[in-house]
Design a binder for this molecule. Structure first.
Ligand code: ATP
Length: 469
């Protein structure tokens, strides 16, 4: 046993467990507390008491969020020849929102308590009195969810603009630009990731519903008549994306919208739902928007928005299939699904079984102790790895505590440098879930980690293998 094994007192049983079982529902408070403790997500403006429903992503959270975005972009844009990307501005011409129907229809019915003046979504009310103070409620009235601001230096003369409530409209108004410049044929998708803003009446459940959030949206333009086939295709693709990235199938389900539930623009719609701690809730919506948006923008702008199909020799307005997901809501689902607690030799181990590609840190370099003989070699190993992998270097506190910290942020691999390493130029790699360890030459470390991070079995042909004890 190497000193690294000795220091971390975990039972070998944990590694043999194999299944990553955990309670179906994790308490949201545990997720919030882990996020705060490990620098994933902090309340916004915390030193001023925070701002309702606003959250800041800390050093680990920013990496996780970026990995979620990158995984989506890779699957949707880079790994396909039929999708291109776009990045449009948050503030758009106000006519866009008249055309899209957001000025008239992007509303929620709201009731207000006559005593405490708290406002509630009418559709979420169970009784007839205020849930907070029992006061009498007003009749429901429609409340527009778009944030308004003014553009221009003199407020009275400035024009009203809105912060976009979705990124999709930036794609529709650029349809013609993209079609003519990309020289691609239909079916063609245009993808965008970016901030959206909604003045939600009842934000909450941590980052599940906030007033500022990030969308990952694809508008996939198809020939009318092929739309149903493409809707089925994208529903499956999107469901599988979450599964591929580690979410357990039993915590996901599809729900088709009832006819009375469909948005004004939608011909059909499915939600991918996840079993959040508060119950099954929408993770992503996949809608068949028909030709609603292009027709509306053509009407309001006076510009023709259609497509000439060379093969069919006809011109038509494409239909659109829209998978629309939230970055933050996905981050929350990935965190909840990855969260696990184990009791190992009387000690609690909290860990995130995050998929390798989502883990904020891929490799942690941990010298056995902050010893002047070990430090130069450990730094050398760190410098070798960090250009290729997001690598952490940590030499504070006991090795056991450092393993625990890395487990809690879901770091797949820890590399331990011990006194034997000085002699044999080998280090120990320890794997997060199985706690298996392999000893490898420093010279081959980069190559081995690269293969493991791509999914190679952990103990394929190591110099020697053992279990962390
Ligand atoms: P909900 O019914 O939860 O309000 P929605 O149907 O209005 O959502 P869409 O407009 O379809 O949501 O947006 C697509 C995705 O964007 C949602 O599935 C969700 O992941 C994310 N999203 C929407 N609103 C918010 C929000 N206020 N905070 C965080 N994410 C959001």
């Amino acid at each position: 046993m190497t000193p690294a094994n000795k220091a971390d007192k975990l039972s070998p049983d944990a590694s043999e467990k194999g299944d990553l079982s955990m309670p179906a529902k994790v308490d949201m408070d545990k997720i919030v507390s882990l996020c705060k403790r490990r620098g994933l997500i902090f309340p916004s403006s915390e030193i001023y008491g925070g701002l309702a429903s606003c959250w800041d992503y800390g050093p680990m959270g920013v990496e996780l969020k970026r990995n979620v975005r990158d995984a989506w972009w890779k699957a949707i844009v880079h790994e396909r020849a039929d999708v291109v990307g776009l990045d449009t501005s948050i503030m758009m011409h106000p006519a866009v929102w008249a055309a899209s129907g957001h000025i008239d229809s992007f509303t929620d019915p709201l009731v207000e308590c006559k005593s405490c003046h708290l406002r509630w979504r009418a559709t979420e009310m169970e009784g007839e009195r205020c849930p907070k103070c029992g006061g009498e409620l007003t009749e429901p009235r429609m409340f527009n969810l778009m944030f308004k601001t003014s553009m221009g230096p003199v407020e009275e003369e400035a024009s009203t603009v809105y912060l976009r409530p979705e990124t999709a409209q930036g794609i529709f108004v650029n349809f013609d630009n993209v079609i003519t410049t990309s020289r691609k044929k239909l079916p063609l998708g245009i993808a965008q990731i970016g901030k959206s803003f909604r003045n939600e009446i009842t934000p909450g459940n941590f980052i599940f519903r906030t007033r500022e959030f990030e969308h990952m949206e694809l508008e996939y333009f198809v020939k009318p008549g092929t739309d149903e086939k493409w809707l089925d295709y994208w529903v499956k693709e999107r469901f599988d994306w979450y599964v591929k990235l580690g979410i357990r199938k039993e915590n996901l389900r599809l729900r088709q919208h009832g006819k009375d539930e469909l948005a004004h623009y939608a011909r059909d719609c499915y939600d991918v739902e996840y079993l959040f701690p508060m119950g099954w809730s929408e993770l992503e919506g996949i809608a068949n928007r028909g030709d609603f948006d292009l027709i509306q923008h053509a009407k309001h702008s006076g510009r023709e928005l259609s497509y000439y199909d060379n093969e069919a020799g006809e011109k038509y307005v494409p239909y659109v299939i829209e998978p629309s997901a939230g970055v933050d809501r996905s981050v929350l689902a990935f965190l909840i699904d990855a969260y696990d607690e184990e009791e190992v030799e009387g000690e609690k181990r909290t860990l995130l079984h995050l998929h390798r590609s989502l883990a904020p840190v891929k490799v942690a370099v941990l010298p056995l102790s902050r010893n002047e003989k070990l430090t130069p070699l450990a730094k050398e190993v760190f410098n070798k790895l960090c250009p290729n992998f997001v690598t952490d270097y940590d030499d504070s506190q006991s090795i056991g505590r450092r393993y625990r910290r890395q487990d809690e942020i879901g770091t797949p691999f820890c590399v331990t440098i011990d006194f034997e390493s000085l002699e044999d130029k080998q280090v120990t790699i320890r794997e997060r879930d199985s706690l298996a360890q392999i000893r490898v030459p420093i010279e081959e470390l980069g190559k081995i980690l690269e293969a493991k991070l791509k999914g190679e079995a952990f103990d394929a042909s190591p110099l020697w293998t053992t279990r962390e004890k």
